[in-house]
Design a protein around this ligand. Structure first.
Ligand code: DLL
Length: 439
């Protein structure tokens, strides 16, 4: 095998990190964990205090299992140390800042050294290659540019031989035009924004299966296998799942293989995953569902220890990259959990049920109200174009019944006409919470 200047072998499109044996990987993870732990203990007062409070020092980390002795971190810790208090390098060494929008309170600010940006772009390149993309291809990047990590994160592909079109989110008619004119091979977008682009193809009378696109790399929000099939069929492409979060890096913490389509492979040589019980924090064995927790192993500007993602998933054995574990598709964030009369529901659960009805489109939202001091949920969903009154007759009740049967929740279902519901340009807000206005 010959390796090019990027360390990628020409014949397999794997870099040296991806081909490590499990023993090599575990040894490297331990070594990098020790370095990361020592660094944060020395450089970041917040961590020193948190370690001291638990009576743990870097010397206590002698195996990967010892990670469970370390303190957790969460979004609030980033906010408490706003803006740069968790950085482990002088600000002058920080080449890039990103931040989350922060719907409530302060945004969470993250930083990257040049070396962090190098790692990030190499993991984006890996993520595109595992999705079936190859250097030389063109990538239409419809993730938002700016402080959000999606756009500029994926943009790192330009350093690894891909031609990147930095269109960002929005200007949807133009997205269609540039796809037609430039003929990209790959599109990167949130799954719901890809649906908005799909609408625009139909509006312009262009057959979306006729484009040059071969691969869609979708993430940044929960989506289901049923949605994957919808996207694949509508565009006649392969659609795969990319996962990430700003506090840990951004897009490309984990990414799915187009060959196996069985959940994102975690780039474990850079991020150590754990699943913990969301209530007790106890570490759960692989295969069990709980909250995903990540520790960065190679980050310089913002190393992060045991970051609680609030994302619910399980860890599965490696397939496409045998040494790296996968995450199951994210069921939802604990923040998006709706509890209706004691029953837990995530928007993704509803999505799966709605896709069972051929006359319904993938456009839906959940409206929460509290009319009589009891929470109620209304599922508003658009029917597909060209569906007639006969087919719509009684459909709302059938859907409500199916939701009750599958999810155990009583919901009111309102079937709307095409284009009635808001469209996404990035992450779609699925839950409209009107409870406060009513109390
Ligand atoms: O959304 C990073 C990203 C950009 C990932 C583009 C993939 C593609 P944040 O804005 O910090 O970062 O939001 C992170 O988004 O904790 C999950 O709740 C959710 N999320 C990200 N990817 C997925 C996915 C970016 N594939 C939060 N499936 C995470 C489900 C996802 N949820």
């Amino acid at each position: 095998m010959t390796a090019n200047s990027l360390g990628e072998s020409a014949d397999t499109h794997l870099d040296s990190g991806e081909t490590m044996s499990l023993d090599e990987l575990r040894a490297q993870q331990l070594e990098n964990l020790k370095t990361t732990v020592s660094t944060v203990y020395e450089k970041v007062p917040f961590y020193r205090k948190a370690f001291d409070e638990l009576g743990v020092t870097p010397a206590d980390i002698t195996s990967l299992d010892d990670i469970a002795r370390l303190p957790f971190t969460n979004k609030q810790d980033l906010r408490d140390n706003y803006p740069f208090g968790l950085f482990a390098v002088p600000r002058e060494q920080v080449a890039r800042i990103h931040a989350s929008s922060g719907t409530t309170g302060l945004p969470t600010v993250v930083g990257y050294t040049q070396s962090d940006l190098d790692v990030w772009s190499s993991l984006i390149a890996r993520s595109i290659r595992i999705a079936g993309g190859r250097p030389g291809q063109m990538l239409h990047n419809a993730y938002g540019y700016g402080l959000f990590t999606g756009g500029l994160g994926v943009h790192g592909a330009e350093r690894h031989g891909f031609t990147v079109v930095p269109i960002s989110g929005g200007q949807t008619p133009r997205q269609v035009q540039l796809i037609q004119d430039f003929k990209p091979d790959i599109i990167t977008a949130t799954p719901t924004y890809l649906l908005t682009i799909l609408d625009e193809f139909h509006k312009q009378g262009i057959d979306p299966t006729s484009t040059s696109l071969k691969i869609a790399i979708c993430g940044a929000e929960p989506w289901t296998d049923a949605m994957r099939k919808e996207i694949e069929k509508s565009f006649d492409i392969d659609a795969v799942d990319i996962y990430g979060l700003s506090e840990v890096m951004g897009p490309g913490v984990a990414s799915e293989s187009a060959e196996t389509k069985d959940g994102p492979t975690i780039w474990e040589d850079h991020f150590y995953p754990e699943i913990v019980d969301p209530f007790t924090g106890e570490v759960l064995p692989d295969g069990e569902e709980g909250e995903l927790v990540f520790t960065s192993l190679t980050k310089e500007a913002l190393p992060i220890i045991r970051y609680r993602t609030h994302d619910l998933a399980s860890l599965l054995p490696g397939t496409a990259r045998p040494s790296f574990r996968r995450i199951s598709r994210i069921t939802g964030r604990s923040d998006d959990l709706i509890i209706i009369r004691g029953v837990n529901v995530y928007p993704a659960n509803v999505e799966t049920v709605l896709f069972e009805f051929e006359h319904l489109s993938p456009h839906f939202q959940l409206v929460l109200t509290r009319p009589n001091r009891m929470d109620e949920v209304t599922v508003e969903v658009e029917h597909r174009e060209g569906v007639g009154a006969m087919e719509l007759e009684g459909l709302d009740e059938q859907v409500a019944e199916r939701i009750k049967e599958r999810l155990g929740v009583s919901a009111t279902v309102v079937v709307r006409t095409p284009s009635e519901l808001p469209r996404s340009v990035g992450k779609l807000k699925r839950i409209i919470d009107r409870r406060e206005n009513i109390r």
